[in-house]
Design a protein around this ligand. Structure first.
Ligand SMILES: [Zn+2]
Length: 260
């Protein structure tokens, strides 16, 4: 039986879900797996303690895996392979121009059960440092490019209303804009610093040290980084050995008209 989906604002219901596996496919026996699915309401959402006062309602040893800046041939397929091997679902915050260039990879992310959120069209560093109108245009182009690449068409509202600012460069005005659009903003609770060149071994030591210190949280990686792709199998093994559990975040299902 699949773990039921609850809203993030219901910690009691969520705690009841902890013991239920999100997937019970036989080929996932003995793998890390996805512990539970958390439905996250994007309205007014601003989470990740690196940037905001609050974060997702995660229990001790629960983690949310997020990957930014893809999709990119070479590294993204390696990340997907590692996640699939451990039956783990993650969230990808993709750049619109990369999505448009590699729609096959974007569709593979979705087909394999991952959540695809948005990370602007061109990844300005940062959106807060360019004129407001240009920043909004870059955000909107990214939303449309992502959905067109993923689903063949883009509506007014993105299918997955999750956004992460490039370089975490937000401004009150842009946060207000996304809030009015009903798009939730994700920061992170800890990151791998994988924008710095290091060996996969050093990368693993760094991120596990930070995670063991924090005990839980939204973790930021980049699926465009070779050191991250190479490290990921060992990282997922370490999560399993140390009793961490992976939480998969998803948006609420699309609203449909009530039955007559
Ligand atoms: Zn980025």
């Amino acid at each position: 039986m699949l773990c039921p989906v609850f809203r993030a604002a219901l910690p009691l219901a969520l705690s009841l879900c902890l013991a239920a596996p999100a997937r019970a496919a036989p080929d996932c026996a003995g793998r890390l797996g996805t512990s539970r699915v958390m439905e996250v309401d994007p309205v007014g959402l601003q989470v990740g303690t690196k940037h905001f006062p609050q974060t997702l309602d995660l229990a001790d040893h629960e983690v949310v895996l997020t990957f930014d800046d893809g999709p990119l041939p070479g590294t993204t397929p390696a990340v997907l392979k590692a996640l699939a091997h451990e039956c783990v679902r993650a969230t990808f915050f993709v750049i619109g121009r990369n999505a448009a260039a590699h729609p096959d990879l974007l569709r593979r992310e979705i087909a394999e059960g991952h959540t695809v959120g948005h990370h602007s069209m061109t990844h300005p560093m940062t959106l807060a440092d360019i004129p407001y109108d240009k920043a909004v245009a870059d955000i909107e182009k990214g939303l449309k490019a992502d959905d067109k690449a993923a689903y063949g068409a883009a509506g007014t509202r993105p299918r997955v209303p999750f956004f992460r600012f490039p370089g975490f460069g937000s401004s009150p005005e842009l946060l207000a804009y996304l809030g009015q659009r009903g798009i939730g903003v994700f920061g992170a609770d800890l990151w791998a610093s994988d924008w710095n060149l290091m060996t996969p071994e050093a990368q693993l030591t760094l991120v596990m040290g930070r995670l063991d210190h924090a005990g839980r949280g939204i973790i930021l990686f980049h699926d465009t980084r070779e050191q991250t792709a190479k490290m990921l199998p060992a990282f997922l093994s370490a999560l399993k050995e140390k009793g961490y559990r992976v939480v998969h975040i998803v948006p609420p299902p699309p609203q449909t008209a009530a039955a007559p």
